[in-house]
Design a protein around this ligand. Sequence first.
Ligand code: DAK
Length: 258
Amino acid sequence: MYKNIVVEEKNKINIITINRPKQLNALNKDTIEELHTAIKLAEDNLNIGVIILTGAGEKSFVAGADIKEFADFTISQGGNLAKKGQELLFTYIENCSKPIIAAINGFALGGGLELAMCSHIRIASSNARMGLPEVSLGVIPGYGGTQRLAQLVGRGKANEMVFTAGMIKADEALRLGLVNHVVEYNELMEKTEAIALSILNNSGSAIASAIKSINANYKEGVNGYNIEVEEFGKCFGTSDFKEGTKAFLEKRKPNFRK
Ligand code: DAK
């Protein structure tokens, strides 16, 4: 079904691997479309609770947008494609109602770091290298990087990373809050899956509400506190709320995901 990605289902976790290792998993148009399709299917699948994104091979998560593909673009093609790519994948991931974790197994550059940054949680292996090198190619980050990097690491450090086009190591990314954890390469999937499993113990509908509320803080013209109140209220109508409170009173673990 897919040419550029591999999708695997494991314990209610959907593992999506970008599989163009010879091009260091660079994101071309087809890969962006396939990722959109796979994430949408996972979001609609009641058996899936968490999605993991990673890259094939030991070297790279995603080494950016496919430079060969956009080398000849005009101004309007560039603008249109950035908009379409953001809607189809990057904003789509950020707003996905199921948690998406990026397991960064190597280079996460340009569009690759942007893909990791729109994910809800980032785990990196110690060999990972991250950066937004776009200005070295005469463009700027076009998939939300100028916004999300500053949100995650603060404006000053984001300015430095974007202006210098440099790469940072996993440990520095951890120190800056760009990634949540750093582990050895061969422990990356184990650690990522362990976090996914601990998320799966909890209510999927409450997590969807939490994603919406947290994201509201970053949306222009939206009052995040109002969204939180709205989502909080909605929780009281869910079967997960009934199960969660019943289980507490019966001194047992809730069973949210039958
Ligand atoms: N695109 C296409 N091919 C890539 C690639 C990329 N981003 N990155 C690597 N490759 C290919 C290389 O061309 C090489 O292919 P062959 O020569 O073997 O055919 C192969 O992957 C292995 O790469 P290297 O031989 O270079 O491997 P090294 O270990 O020596 O170096 C590296 C690894 C990651 C340091 C190096 O490959 C590198 O600097 N890669 C480029 C990093 C980069 O600048 N990425 C792009 C950032 S800009 C847009 C929206 C967003 C964007 C653009 C447009 N629109 C909506 C229009 C975003 C742009 C970016 O992401």
